[in-house]
Design a protein around this ligand. Structure first.
Ligand code: XMP
Length: 514
């Protein structure tokens, strides 16, 4: 990976560390978080163009506060310390850090004293985001103050000779509107990066590195048809062809026709060795009588592992298991200090495989953010209907059928949901929608069709916009579209005679109904 220019971020546990990586990658410069205590010799070997020391929750005064290898500051590679990273740098080089009287948290306005480096061509005053207790009160030898505020006179420091810099504020967050410009000056002017990192290159490198790692061995990969596992499967297939064996568990709880599409796209069009476990009946029999949402999840999770393990055993001697772990998963599951760890989040479907299945993990997109994975998918010619797919919960339609899940109710919901998808996809702005789906309620109401009285189910529409699924707002679906969805479901789907629209936001509601 590091044959190309890159920026190393030593991670001291800030909640913003991955944002720094993201901002830099947006400039087409590869950037990666590494442990805060990565030895200078290792960095010298991996040759980053620049090193960023992230912020973190610690104070340099705490016993056991995480410290970088002091050699990092002597490599001759440009260094930028942010917040805690600045304080630590100042202290290691002989400056003074003082405990703040109170924590400064929020917006501040800096006055720029020196426009020659990080602040080149930027205004003399800028809004920035501060979040700190301690601050640098005396510069180490060779450093100058390049920006300050009333309460934090040394808000930025520079030693142009050694190319070591510090920022007390956070340039990576949106509340520092010109923060990206500051980072750009570091990355391009100071570190000399050219910004030629492209997804095509990433895909090429990833394919080559999988090929080398796997050699003659075989790899098992769980394919769900979602974006991440699809990209991983196709990437691996490009790398090792028939040594890749994908397992697709059809749990009978997928959207209308989805199982067939997955088989057709990956098995037929891409020619991947795809093992389909048609387990709908088993899942549904295990869900019989289960109405509690968490119990549904447990049953489905355990059944998935059981079937996946059985399929994997049939494949014999595969040594590797490929997973679509993404960068945010890696960061989320790492300890607050210490940088990325190898823990697999429990929500990862194959995290709990039985002990006899000892695989080495292959996670080719673990350094990427979701939108970057999509870009790799496009490079690999994965069709748009897969790349653009909305998130879909592992337990599938089971958590969209309130109450007991029966084969009949799954079929009704699939039909209703199909109408929702078709009508929503006609909206010019349908890409702004995070998720849109139907929910089948355990409520029957009276209706009239022709001359007959009906007594059938109610279906709810859920359409939300969101950035990450953590918060969400209901999407203002045009009345005409709502009308079309309602008409089509009531006229075309037997078993539903009423459609309602969910206008709740998250929080306090959740996106899924269960
Ligand atoms: P909620 O309903 O918690 O959903 O607002 C947030 C996001 O997570 C998805 N979701 C799940 N995904 N297994 C999954 O893989 C689950 O059990 C699960 N529950 C919710 C949901 O679709 C939304 O995108």
């Amino acid at each position: 990976m590091n044959d190309h220019e890159w920026i190393a971020i030593l991670d001291f546990g800030s909640q913003y560390s991955q944002l720094i990586a993201r901002r830099i990658r947006e400039q087409h410069v590869y950037s990666e978080l590494v442990r805060f205590d990565t030895p200078a010799a290792e960095l010298a070997r991996r040759k980053p163009s620049g090193i960023i020391l992230s912020g973190g929750p610690s104070s340099v005064f705490e016993a056991g506060a995480p410290l970088a290898d002091p050699g990092v500051l002597r490599l001759g590679i440009p260094v930028l310390g942010i917040c805690y990273g600045m304080q630590m740098t100042a202290r290691m080089l002989g400056g003074t850090v003082s405990k703040g009287k109170s924590r400064e948290y929020g917006r501040a306005r800096i006055a720029v004293a020196d426009h020659s480096s990080l602040f080149a061509a930027l205004p003399s005053e800028m809004d920035v985001w501060m979040s700190h207790g301690d601050q640098v009160t005396a510069m180490p030898a060779g450093f100058r103050t390049i920006a300050g505020t009333g309460t934090c006179p040394n808000a930025a420091m520079a030693d142009a000779e050694r190319r070591i810099y510090g920022l007390q504020f956070h340039p990576e967050v949106v509340h520092t509107p010109l923060g990206t410009d500051v980072l750009k000056h570091f990355v391009f002017d100071i570190c000399g990066c050219s910004g030629d990192w492209q997804m095509a290159q990433f895909a090429k490198d990833a394919i080559e590195s999988v090929r080398q790692r796997v050699g003659d061995s075989h790899v098992v990969c769980g394919l769900s048809g979602g974006v991440d596992s699809s990209v991983v499967a196709v990437l691996l297939h490009k790398a090792i062809g028939k040594q890749l064996h994908c397992i697709f568990v059809d749990n009978g709880l997928l959207r209308y026709d989805e199982a067939r599409q997955v088989e057709e796209t990956f098995g037929e069009a891409f020619g991947i060795d795809l093992h389909v476990a048609r387990a709908g009946d088993l899942f549904l029999s295990k869900l019989k009588g289960v109405t509690d949402p968490e119990q549904k999840r447990k049953v489905i999770g355990a059944t998935f592992i059981e079937i996946f393990a059985a399929e994997a055993r049939k494949l014999g001697d595969a040594q590797f298991l490929a997973q679509g772990t993404l960068y945010p998963d890696v960061i989320e599951s790492s300890s607050p200090i210490g940088g990325p760890s190898d823990t697999i989040k429990s929500h990862h479907n194959v995290g709990g495989l039985p002990k006899d299945l000892k695989f080495q993990l292959i996670e080719p997109v673990r350094d990427l953010f979701k939108d970057e994975v999509r870009a790799v998918g496009r490079e690999l010619h994965i069709p748009d209907y897969i790349i653009e797919r909305q998130p879909f919960p592992g337990p599938g339609l089971a958590v969209r059928i309130i109450g007991e899940v029966t084969p009949e109710r799954v079929a009704i919901l699939q039909e209703a949901d199909l109408r929702v998808q078709e009508e929503i996809s006609r909206l010019p702005n349908h890409r702004d929608i995070w998720q849109s789906f139907a929910v089948l309620l355990p409520v029957r109401t009276v209706g009239v069709m022709g001359d007959c009285r009906t007594y059938e189910d109610v279906c709810a529409l859920r359409v939300v916009q969101s950035v990450d699924g953590m918060t969400a707002d209901w999407f203002k679906v045009p009345y005409d579209t709502l009308g079309a969805i309602s008409n089509r479901i009531i006229n075309e789907v037997r078993g539903i005679n009423r459609v309602v629209f969910d206008i709740s936001s998250k929080p306090p509601s959740t996106i899924e109904w269960e």
